[in-house]
Design a protein around this ligand. Structure first.
Ligand SMILES: Cc1cc2nc3c(=O)[nH]c(=O)nc-3n(C[C@H](O)[C@H](O)[C@H](O)COP(=O)(O)OP(=O)(O)OC[C@H]3O[C@@H](n4cnc5c(N)ncnc54)[C@H](O)[C@@H]3O)c2cc1C
Length: 389
């Protein structure tokens, strides 16, 4: 049974278009897409078979119903800058939130900082601090490749971040819009540098037919999605009657986080594996300026009960270098499904379960994903065969 938020997420990924003409609707897009393949180039089907599975994993997105927390808090002589709770888009927003949190520290004289957390937000914050001349130590209970950030898709798209427009403050909206733009621009500059594993990919939001509600533009701005268009001709995309497509920025987390760690260390940062039980343990550190980038860990450490898990399960298949596109599909039959290619795996996903803490893979989910993605692959294969005939 799909939860309301899951439906909203799916709707956001494939927005509605009741009043659209039956043809392509080109929309504004400013990012360069020269290196991305054209949309009418062939699509290789994913081999979604149990014999190709390499692992099934569960990750807990650090979700707050009113969005991430980017805030300065005083604890006696300590200054804590919170940067956590990025839900399903912590990689997406990382450069922007790191920039904003470093700005929050500008008025503080201290130039020696401890960053707690060595996921994408801790490492990016550390890097920006080092570039500004701070002395930085990063402390993380888990280091890459064993962080939630390594589980992320990671498709550049702000999603699963808050409950709805009524749940977020105007201050959050300002932070969010700025962070999204800063982050998207930063990733553009890393695209296609093989050291970072950031690249453009053809993205397809596949639906059988146009949803009932009219398409609403992305909150962060349609111009952040290069080549954004809606197709309603089922002949073009494997029989799907409503396809939203764009050239998406993809971040391959294993490659990317390794590169971030290397960049932090090359810039003089120290990365230490260390776990803290309470905030007081953190305050025992010699550094008095603390960046709290602990993701879901902030709930225990700083007593933030608005923070909770949005559980996601992924099944990884053997890599297929010929698969150079990704998709999200929502159907009444199979629910939410998404597929993104990585260098080391094909990633199959499709769950967002709020309030669920279990890290145990769910067998029913695993089978739903394998069979659901196999059905999509079959449509892609048949369509490609018919086109050739
Ligand atoms: C299935 C799934 C799919 C996703 N897909 C995407 C996507 O496509 N795009 C996207 O942008 N995002 C995606 N996300 C979300 C993304 O993974 C998170 O938003 C992001 O990883 C959060 O990064 P972070 O650095 O804040 O937290 P984390 O990566 O969780 O890092 C937190 C760090 O804090 C440390 N820590 C926590 N508590 C303590 C403690 N007590 N003491 C010491 N250290 C501590 C941890 O050990 C870790 O080092 C996805 C997540 C999941 C689960």
């Amino acid at each position: 049974m799909l939860q309301r938020r899951q439906l909203l997420t799916a709707a956001a990924l494939s927005p509605a278009a009741a009043a659209l003409p039956l043809s392509t609707l080109p929309m504004a897009a400013r990012a360069a897409d020269d290196s991305a393949k054209p949309f009418d180039a062939p699509y290789a089907p994913v081999l979604s078979q149990p014999s190709r599975e390499i692992r099934t994993v569960v990750g807990l997105r650090p979700y707050r119903s009113n969005g991430f927390r980017l805030e300065h808090e005083k604890f006696g002589r300590r200054d804590v800058i919170h940067n956590y709770g990025h839900g399903g888009c912590g990689v997406t927003l990382s450069w922007g939130c790191a920039q904003l949190s470093v700005e929050l520290a500008e008025k503080i004289d201290d130039r020696r900082a401890a960053v707690i957390g060595s996921g994408v937000n801790g490492l990016t914050t550390a890097l920006l601090l080092l570039r500004r001349g701070y002395e930085v130590s990063v402390y993380g209970a888990a280091l890459p490749p064993y962080t939630t950030s390594n589980i992320a898709g990671a498709y550049w798209h702000p999603t699963t971040l808050y409950d709805g427009r009524e749940a977020i403050s105007d201050e959050f909206v300002t932070q969010f819009l700025r962070a999204a733009r800063i982050a998207q621009r930063a990733f553009q500059h890393l695209a296609n540098d093989p050291r970072y594993g950031v690249y453009y990919m053809r993205y397809l939001g596949l639906r059988e037919k146009p949803p009932l509600r009219e398409r609403t533009p992305y909150f962060e701005g349609d111009d952040l999605y290069a080549g954004l268009a809606v197709e309603t001709d089922p002949e073009r995309y494997f029989g799907y009657g409503y396809v939203e497509r764009h050239h998406a920025l993809m971040i391959d987390p294993d490659i990317y986080l390794r590169a971030l760690m290397r960049d932090v260390e090359n810039a003089g940062g120290r990365i230490v594996q260390k776990s803290f039980k309470t905030a007081d343990d953190i305050f025992d550190l010699k550094e008095k300026l603390i960046f709290n980038c602990t993701g879901l860990g902030a709930r225990e450490l700083f007593g933030d009960e608005t923070l909770g898990p949005a559980r996601g399960q992924l099944t990884m298949l053997l890599p297929q270098p010929e698969v150079d596109y990704g998709y999200v599909n929502f159907s009444a039959e199979n629910g939410l499904l998404y597929m993104f290619p990585r260098k080391g795996a094909i990633l199959l996903g499709g769950t967002v379960e709020h309030g669920q803490w279990s890290l145990e893979p769910d067998e029913t989910e695993r089978l739903r994903m394998l069979s659901g993605h196999a059905m999509i692959a079959q449509r892609i294969a048949e369509h490609t065969k018919n086109k050739k005939a």
